[in-house]
Each structure stands twice: as C-alpha cells, then as structure tokens.
Write a protein that binds this ligand. Sequence first.
Ligand code: NAD
Ligand code: TDX
Length: 336
Amino acid sequence: MKNILVTGGAGFIGSNFINHILEERDDYFIINLDKLTYAGNLENLKPSEKNKNYTFVNGDICNSELVNYLFEKHKIKYVINFAAESHVDRSILGSEIFYRTNVVGTSVLLDTARKFEVEKFLQVSTDEVYGSLGKEGLFTENNSLSPNSPYSSSKAAADLAALSFHHTYGLPVVVTRCSNNYGPFQFPEKLIPLMIINSLNDKKLPVYGDGMNVRDWIYVIDHNIAINTVFEKGRVGEVYNIGASNEMPNIEIIKLVLKHLEKPEDLIQFVKDRPGHDRRYAIDSSKIQSELGWKPEFSFEEAINKTIDWYVRNKDWWSKIISGEYLKYYEKQYKM
Ligand code: NAD
Ligand code: TDX
C-alpha cells in the first residue's frame, strides 16, 4: 500500500484526481489535507468519501505541527501537492495569501517530507511560470522562468523550492507544469465555467481585452493521468510539461460555449483587460510523451461538450457557489 498525502484535494483538479485514481487503484491510501478555502468543496469528493482507502483532514499546509503529525500518524511516504491559491485575478486583487499558501505552505511540506524521508514528492506547477509567448514557439522544460503575475510568481517560487530540495538534500522531487485545465467541478471564477454559467443565466460574458489571448487547453482527467504517470515513473529532479496541444483564443471558446447552449453572441461584453495579461501559452509535451509514454486521451471536442453538459446537469452544485462569497468577489472584479 502506498500512503500518499494529497494536498488541496477538495479543489477542482485534486478532487478529480482522487475520484479517478481511487477507481483505478486499490494500492493507494490517500490522506487528503485541504483547508477548504472558498475553492475547496467536499461535495466534489462524494464518489470517494466512503472509500476505505481515503481519509479527509481539514487543515492548512502552512501548519507545520499538523503536517508533522499527519506524516507520523499515517506513515506518509509520498506527497502530491495540489494545494494552492489558484486564480490570477484574485492574486491581482491581493497577493499575500498566494505567497503564504503557495510558497510558505510548499516549504513546510518540503521540510517535513525531508524529515520523514519520503520516496516521492510531486509538486503540481503550471505553465504560467514560463511567462508569455509571442505568436510563435512553445514552452519546453528548458525555457527560463519568467512569471508575470503574483499567482505565477508564487508558483514559480514553489516550483524552484521543490527542485532546490532535490539538488541540495537529494529529496526525490518531480515537478509537473501543465497548461489550462477544464472539466467538471472547476470553480466558476475560471474562464470556461464562468462563461457556461453566465450563458445559462443569460448574463453578460466579460471578455478581457480583445479576446485574442491564447490558452492551451487540456481535459482535467488527461492532466491527472499525466500526474500519476510522473508520480510513478518520472525521474527525480526532473520537470515534465503537460499539455494536449490545443491552443485557442479565448473568444473562440466563448463563441463555442454560446453555440452549444444556443445562446446569442450579443451576450459577449468586452471589458477592461487584466493587468499584465499574458498573451499566449502553448506547451511542448514531447518529453513526457517520449520518456514516460503518456499522451492525452480526450479530444477537445468530446471533452468540452461533456464539460458543458456537466454544468447544465449540475446546477445544484454551482448555484450554491455563485450565491455566497463568490457574489461579492464577482461584483468587485467585474463591477457589474
Ligand atoms: P483550486 O483553486 O480549484 O483548488 C485549490 C485547493 O487547495 C482548494 O481545495 C483549497 O481549499 C485548497 N487550499 C488552498 N489553500 C490551502 C492551504 N493553505 N492548505 C490546504 N489546502 C489549501 O485549484 P485547481 O485549479 O484545482 O489547481 C490545483 C493545482 O494545480 C494548483 O497548484 C494550481 O496552481 C495547479 N494548476 C492549475 C491549473 C488550472 O488550469 N486550473 C493548471 C496548471 C496547474
Ligand atoms: O472573466 C474572464 N474573462 C476573460 O477574458 C476570465 C476569468 C478570464 N478571461 C481570460 C483570461 C485568460 O486569458 O481567459 C483566459 C483564462 O483565464 P483563467 O481561467 O483565469 O485562467 P488563466 O489566467 O489562464 O490561469 C489558469 O491556467 C493556469 C489557472 O487559473 C491557473 O491556476 C493555472 O495555473
């Protein structure tokens, strides 16, 4: 049995990871440590909550005493660190919690992992650490890091901290840098769920700038299969980019959502651009493909339709979210 500390497992990607992997594997025991911030939601974990190989702990990765206690109690030998403040716009409104959770929290996990001699520590990083691309080219693992937002700078610090623990102490660290995810249980602040939910509610769709910023989209399950591949087979001290070679300008995705939901394009509203808005991300994932044999399984067309339909069917899930703290955030961010 592998005792794995999964942090941030009540968020979008972490909950999809836990639900997926517990169906696939009976040799993983998962201890999910999550602070249940605005983005954490135990409803995401309904499929796993009764699984005998799963336990939930409500707590903060910055809490060294708690983290030490959990390593001791559960004889933790593996860590997959998803926990983070993850939204760029919120990091622009206020950065402190981003540096606290993403940097200090990761350093607490690294120190404790070192003390308890873990066998693998996977740091979930992001392609945003590379900065922004021009019209041409792709991010490879050899690109220098050039993060532009408080969010991405905090993720770059955590990513480099993890690699430094490998270099200095020989901690068996692997780092993954993935592109933009979409799928079920994504918090409504992010582009795709925001556009789906606003369309369903006949609300305006706020598009930053000219709508021509490009993101490279991957279905969350493909990301999670890649994470497990790197977790099992990745060489320690290495970085693996993850992406599905699916670049699209934002406006194209928004029009596709409107078309699928049979809503009019006049819902689109161009608004003030995000400060420091990265123009283009695009991932070269040839290293993980050739070295570890991973490749994406879902086509964009199939998975985006599945995702839109999931939000249509799961109004109960998102209507609770958009009526609470989210409403205040929305008004502040969009002033509408
Ligand atoms: P999310 O915001 O949906 O979930 C984050 C989770 O972390 C939440 O459950 C939250 O409660 C928890 N958390 C926050 N602070 C914590 C703390 N101090 N202690 C314990 N738990 C805490 O984020 P997500 O989209 O699922 O992203 C997960 C990870 O993947 C993040 O590290 C993010 O940087 C990375 N990533 C995300 C994307 C993307 O497109 N969403 C792409 C690449 C990488
Ligand atoms: O209302 C909006 N209008 C808009 O035009 C929102 C929320 C976004 N956008 C644009 C900004 C980006 O160009 O859509 C694009 C995607 O925005 P987000 O969903 O906020 O994602 P992004 O900033 O690209 O960051 C995401 O991908 C990398 C995740 O949030 C990060 O956690 C991950 O590391």
